[in-house]
Design a protein around this ligand. Structure first.
Ligand code: GLU
Length: 593
């Protein structure tokens, strides 16, 4: 009731007044810095990729908000400070643990394909588009889910109104923050496409066509206005009316300038697609692992099923007594097999009968485990057959899929009551589809390239109204019903292996959480070569793994996790990535080292 009253009173305030409020105050010298990466103490905690978002979450907790409120507040700030990774033009997956009754639930706000799309939407002259031609277009933009996701999470599990939750981010967008190197670099990687789109160029480039300089203040008054509008009107302020119309225009007639040097193909999104968008609440995936309950995100994400299957495979090995190198060998092999199955069998459950129970069954894991030897298998290995473990008949062989990396952000928030949120959201590639919606200050996603858009038969093919398969893996681990660890990461399909590796480090190798997050990573996704960071490749373990037949290809960075661990003595440990992507920021309410 209190919230309804609040909302009603907010509706009576004109947007222009809200904006004036937001813009009031001195031009801000806040930067989007990182650090500290680790904090220990009592009460609530937050870990995100940068300090402004972590601070905003902590302020929400201080004002009496719960973990869901803190997560949405921080996410809205990231929509301002990390616009190339996430925002209201994209979508995501939130896993929530509610302390009062132990419920674990998820909010799926993955983007959806417009109704008029079909398996050949990305084909021209009978051939699928190359990735960049598909990406930088109106076609790749799915109907954004973020606003519906935030609204649903707050409505069902938060205490803040959407208006309250968006307020700090609205202020920040209007008052500005200082551009850092990470922000600059993310623009630099997109200049050749942003400068095709005047709305994108106006926001992110200087007049000379180069990225806005490090150390200068970045303002986004259009986004402040959009946030204020959504705060005042609720999701209808985004999914209907002028914002929705502007999204439809940007998708169906990409707002390309006269000097554009690329072809921007139009998409087919309609106002009806936007008006019809919903963010369903779904049951989480769950596997038992060495006495813990590991909850993750189910289809259309492959995060929960793939992390879960790999853990089930690993559970049959006594990792505790093994050398670190042997554990890493089994981690790579379990991941290889789980990815073969993920590639074949996971898609939007409303369009494909995902054999989820089979994929997560101990019987299927035992069958997959039996194929692991002391040597690296030669990828691609074929998928297994989870259907007999799913109570159904075999669906036959499914094709494999291409794995790619992209960008995203993960945040983790807990409150003093023990509510926990593990939240990953994205606009897919760094910079999404490159199109800032003119007048509204946010980039559109290119999430529809997460479909197997080059296939007309794959379970994850393009279909109208469908959500593309994701790799996002927000995870919450409970022990005896109480939170133990919450973790997640960006990194495209390497999200899954990052979360898996952090869990194996923490649970099986007993590595403290900050060191588990910092540890050099390797990512095996059923490809001949295993992607690995230079520090991993240089390690003595990698030398020994090569002796088993593992082949490594160097990748500068894999993932950038944030996590929270609930320690035995009631203290909580918030841990963000210390180095990758410029490092993150972790805080707790009452520091007690
Ligand atoms: N679009 C990707 C997915 O949903 C995430 C992109 C990324 O993390 O880089 O799996």
């Amino acid at each position: 009731m209190r919230r309804m009253l609040e909302r009603r009173s907010i509706r009576t305030v004109p947007i222009s007044v809200l904006l004036l409020l937001a813009a009031a105050g001195p031009a801000v010298s806040a930067t989007a810095p990182s650090g500290p990466p680790t904090a220990v103490g009592l009460g609530g905690a937050a870990a995100t990729v940068e300090r402004l978002a972590t601070d905003a979450a902590m302020e929400a907790l201080r004002l009496g908000g719960n973990a869901v409120d803190g997560a949405v507040v921080a996410a809205a700030v990231l929509g301002v400070t990390e616009p190339f990774s996430a925002g209201i033009g994209g979508g995501g997956f939130m896993v929530i643990h509610r302390a009062s009754d132990g419920l674990v639930t998820t909010i799926d706000h993955r983007e959806k394909a417009p109704a008029a799309m079909g398996p050949t939407s990305f084909f021209v002259n009978g051939r699928p588009l190359a990735f960049n031609d598909a990406r930088y277009s109106g076609l790749s933009a799915g109907v954004p889910g973020t606003v519906a996701g935030w609204a649903t999470a707050l409505e069902r599990y938060g205490t803040f109104s959407l208006s309250q939750a968006l307020r700090p981010a609205t202020h920040l967008a209007a008052r500005g923050f200082v551009i850092d190197q990470v922000f600059f670099d993310q623009v630099r990687g997109n200049v050749d496409f942003f400068d095709d789109i005047p709305a994108s160029a106006r926001l992110f480039l200087d007049a000379d066509g180069t990225p806005r300089d490090v150390g200068t203040v970045f303002y986004n008054p259009d986004l402040a206005r959009t946030y204020a509008r959504i705060g005042a009107l609720g999701p209808a302020g985004f999914y209907r009316g002028p914002v929705a119309d502007a999204i439809v225009n940007a998708v169906t007639r990409p707002p390309v300038g006269p000097l554009a040097n690329h072809t921007w193909r139009p998409g087919v999104m309609t106002a009806a697609d936007l008006a019809a968008y919903t963010a369903p609440e779904r049951a989480p995936t769950r596997v038992g692992y060495r006495g813990y309950d590991v909850y993750g995100m189910g289809p259309p994400s492959s995060g929960g099923s793939t992390v879960g299957e790999a853990l089930n495979i690993l559970e049959g090995f006594n990792l505790r007594g093994m050398s670190r190198e042997h554990v890493l060998h089994l981690f790579l092999e379990a991941s290889r097999l789980a990815f073969a199955d993920r590639n074949a069998y996971v898609a939007d459950p409303e369009y494909f009968d995902v054999p989820l129970a089979g994929l997560l069954s101990d019987g299927f894991a035992a069958q997959r485990r039996a194929s692991i030897t002391d040597r690296a298998a030669v990828s691609p290995v074929p998928p297994g057959d989870p259907f007999p473990f799913d109570g159904g008949a075999s669906a036959g062989e499914a094709s494999a899929t291409v794995v790619r990396t992209g960008s995203t952000t993960h945040l983790t928030v807990s409150d003093r009551h023990g509510n926990v949120v593990s939240y990953t959201f994205t606009i897919e590639s760094t910079g999404g589809n490159g199109i800032v919606v003119p007048g509204y200050g946010f980039l559109l996603n290119n999430e529809l390239t997460d479909f197997n858009f080059d296939s007309t038969t794959h379970p994850n093919r393009v279909e109208g109204g469908k959500r593309p398969r994701s790799s996002m893996a927000p995870t919450i681990v409970l022990r005896d019903g109480a939170p133990f660890v919450a973790v997640g990461s960006p990194g495209g399909s390497m999200i899954i292996t990052t979360v898996l590796q952090v869990l194996v480090e923490r649970i099986d190798l007993g590595t403290p959480l900050p060191a588990a997050i910092a540890a050099p990573r390797a990512s095996q996704r059923n490809t001949a070569q295993t992607s690995a960071e230079p520090a991993f490749i240089a390690s003595p373990e990698a030398q020994a793994l090569r002796g088993r037949g593992h082949l490594f290809t160097s990748t500068p960075e894999i993932g950038a996790a944030t996590a929270i661990e609930f320690l035995d003595d009631d203290r909580v440990l918030a841990a963000a990535e210390p180095v990758r992507r410029g490092g993150g920021s972790a805080r707790v309410e009452l520091p007690r080292p």
